[in-house]
Design a protein around this ligand. Sequence first.
Ligand code: UDP
Length: 261
Amino acid sequence: MPLIIKDEYPETLFREDGKRLDGRDNNELRPIKMEVGIIKNADGSAYLEWGNNKIFAAVYGPREVHPHHLAKPDKGILRVFYRMATFSVFDRKRPAPGRREKEISMIVADCLEPVLFLELYPGTSFEVFIEVMDADGGTRCASITVAALALADAGIPMKSLVSAIAVGKIDGKKVIDLSGIEDKAGEADLPIAITWYNEEISLLQFDGDMDLNEMNEFLDLAKEFLKSIHNIQLDTLKSKYIKLQEKTSKNKKDEDKKGDK
Ligand code: UDP
């Protein structure tokens, strides 16, 4: 895809062959890769590559609340810190967290809170640190997805995972999983998250222009692809435990061999 300089958006977001600028069909996700347990100092962690987005999430908790006055006597608290690295976008991003980062931290926390049993952890906090290393549209959805995975990796009891995706409209056509340029130059962008234990929408933001019928069509479209994202999250977690199981049984065999000698 050609390098697009800020404010020099292309006239059309589709190529002559009808594909999107990055070669995708309208209903095609960008490639997604997830890993868990990659940050050794954290209680749980995950890494996500979603198209050009590269995002780490590290989870700590339950632990003492700092500052103490934030602690709640009847339940634990969830704190989320979404940050974009200075080098993660085309224009240098100011290192201090801005209004957008505070907003995204808040919506990620709102999406994740319903799946945690915070009432079981009074006086403590769970902290999720999200670091966006490379950004190309849809980082809030990718952050929700990777943060849920990191919480699960930390072994924190959860009702279910949470998955998210953005759907939207570009050049009048419905598309899923908008890239950075599609997000900026398109007509509508609708980030959606779902909590799987009750299949309820835990995030629905909307930027752009569409009618109610279109909105319903978008919700159906999103649900189909949210399932694929959920499956990748589940497979990522399962593969961690399969590897652990293999390692344990290999260690046991080695021990048995030593014992036989
Ligand atoms: N972006 C940027 N500079 C910024 C913030 C965002 O270039 O300071 C880009 C980045 O690629 C991001 C996209 O704009 O993914 C869309 O940002 P938005 O606020 O819509 O959130 P997102 O789609 O990442 O959830």
